[in-house]
Design a protein around this ligand. Structure first.
Ligand code: UD1
Ligand code: CA
Length: 478
């Protein structure tokens, strides 16, 4: 619709959140509340989108930097919802058509519901159309007062009489307005109410006095219009969003062993026949392939996994790419910029940072690989450490195809281990190891024959518990 102008109210502080962060930037399923609202509006391809900002306006704007086509109106100070809409006037002068007014704190609304609201609005040629819902517990919302079936006015909880509070039909805070009479009428809203604010909801009575048509549309699913004013509501609505996502995943062929404890952000994609065990977190822009198995306690953030990947318990992964048939964990840690090639194995207590780990390579236990490029078919023994940091700079380690790093080795970067080369266990490698050679960098072993017997004799003659003299076995570098 090219004469549709979306205005989103997001200037309020959200006092009841008791937060430093503007309310609309609190997140559910990995996205700020405001982003959920903007996405629902995107589906209508509006001619313009205006966000009214106020509390921490600059910060809020900076958080929306990546979003094209959003313009901002600043409301300072915040004198109520009618006053907030008025701030968008300058940006909409010369326009005609419909204003769809949304609240930045009502994140569950679907595009379909908004579409339905607009249809009623246009069909009834209304000056205003209010989205309403029938709630079992209407507490806190504005109530819809009807006369002869038509919406006569909206009364806020704090201003309502006991009889009005008993009304179960509530104002969702979402409206379609004909642009033409909107701004002049908003100027006639007064602030004589319990909060001393300029209420947008007063527009309904103003329009009715002027004999303008006020229509309404009731949502089919009242859960959609839930507004978030407190941390409790944030958690409750978060659970609804999660549940919906989990149902979508299961419908698409993903097994969730326990959906109640599976936390998958909205944008995450998971392939069919993947099995997700309890207490798994898939966050941000993560993509998981088909037929993977993600075991309990795993957290994957902004990462991509191929098909048939097994991630064993308590593995943590951020900003990394893992090819098909890889086996990770338990307790593996893939830090940003890691890439694991097909069928590789990254085992327990292995940490990768900015490391490319080639196909078919193995690091099965207790290892740190940072700023490293590991070829294909490499074996990294237990306790291998890349010493990538000299206290000032980070340096690269390169291990070429087919190399074998013996256990408990340190690779002091920058350093290269050539193709097919071996590093002897316990080495501190400070120079490149050429292809096909053995790098050994440790002290030679000396065996002191008969030492144990001598030690016992010495102890007996001195009378226990005296110790024998200096113990050659305890001297380093012999
Ligand atoms: C509002 C409605 C209420 C409705 C409810 C639905 C009014 C007076 N009341 O109440 O009838 O049932 O939403 O969720 O409109 N905002 C500004 N500037 C301001 C004040 C608020 O931008 O000066 C923004 C807030 O950031 C928020 C939205 O407007 O995104 C709604 O404000 P809020 O204070 O949450 O209104 P409610 O009390 O929930
Ligand atoms: Ca609200």
């Amino acid at each position: 619709m090219n004469d549709l102008h979306v205005v989103v109210l997001a200037a309020g502080k959200g006092t009841r959140m008791k937060s430093d962060l503007p309310k609309v930037l609190h997140e559910i399923s990995g996205q700020p509340l405001l982003e959920h609202v903007l996405r629902a509006a995107d589906g209508l391809t509006p001619a313009s989108v205006t966000v009214v900002v106020g509390h921490r306006a600059e910060y809020l704007r900076s958080r929306l930097d990546g979003r094209r086509g959003v313009q901002f109106a600043v409301q300072e100070p915040q004198l109520g919802t009618a006053h907030a809409v008025l701030q968008a006037e300058a940006l909409l002068t010369g326009q005609t058509g419909t204003v769809l007014l949304l609240s930045g704190d009502v994140p569950l609304l679907s595009t379909a519901t908004l579409h339905g609201l607009l249809q009623v609005h246009l069909a009834e040629r209304a000056a205003a159309t209010v989205l309403t819902a029938l709630l079992e517990r209407p507490y806190g919302y504005g109530r819809i007062i009807r006369s002869q079936g038509q919406v006569a006015r909206i009364v806020e909880e704090r201003d309502a009489s006991p009889a009005e509070r008993a009304i179960r039909e509530i104002n969702a805070g979402v409206y379609a307005f004909d642009l033409e009479p909107l701004f002049p009428a908003l100027r006639s809203v007064a602030s004589q109410n319990a909060q001393g604010e300029f209420y947008l909801t007063d527009l309904v009575a103003i329009y009715r006095r002027r004999r303008l048509v006020v229509a309404s549309r009731t949502v089919a699913d009242p859960a959609e219009i839930r507004g978030i004013n407190s941390r409790t509501e944030l958690a409750e609505v978060g659970a609804l969003v999660r549940q919906k996502k989990n149902e979508e995943l299961m419908a698409a062929g993903v097994t969730l062993v326990d959906p109640a404890t599976t936390y998958v952000d909205s944008d995450v994609v998971v392939g069919a026949d993947t099995v997700i065990h309890p207490n798994v977190y898939l966050e941000g822009q993560t993509r998981v392939g088909a037929a993977c198995e993600i075991h309990a306690g795993v957290r994957i953030v902004d990462s991509t996994l191929g098909d048939r990947v097994t991630v064993l318990n308590y593995t943590v992964m951020t900003d990394s790419i893992v090819d098909s048939e890889v086996r990770l964990g338990p307790f593996a840690h893939l830090r940003p910029g890691s890439r694991v090639g097909a069928a590789a194995h990254v085992g327990n207590f292995v940490e990768l940072k900015k490391t490319a780990f080639g196909a078919g390579s193995k690091a099965s236990h207790l290892t740190y690989l940072g700023d490293a490029t590991i070829g294909e078919g490499v074996t990294i023994g237990a306790g291998t450490i890349t010493c990538n940091y000299d206290g000032v700079h980070k340096h690269p380690t390169i291990i070429e195809d087919g190399a074998f790093i013996g256990s408990d080795s340190q690779l002091v970067a920058p350093v290269r281990v050539g193709q097919g080369a071996y590093v002897a266990a316990g080495s501190s490698i400070v120079k490149d190891v050429p292809p096909g050679s053995l790098g050994i960098a440790r002290s030679r072993q000396a065996n002191v024959e008969g030492w144990v017997e001598r030690k016992k004799t010495a102890r007996a003659s001195a009378g226990a518990p005296a110790e024998p003299g200096p113990d050659p076995a305890s001297q380093p570098n012999r």
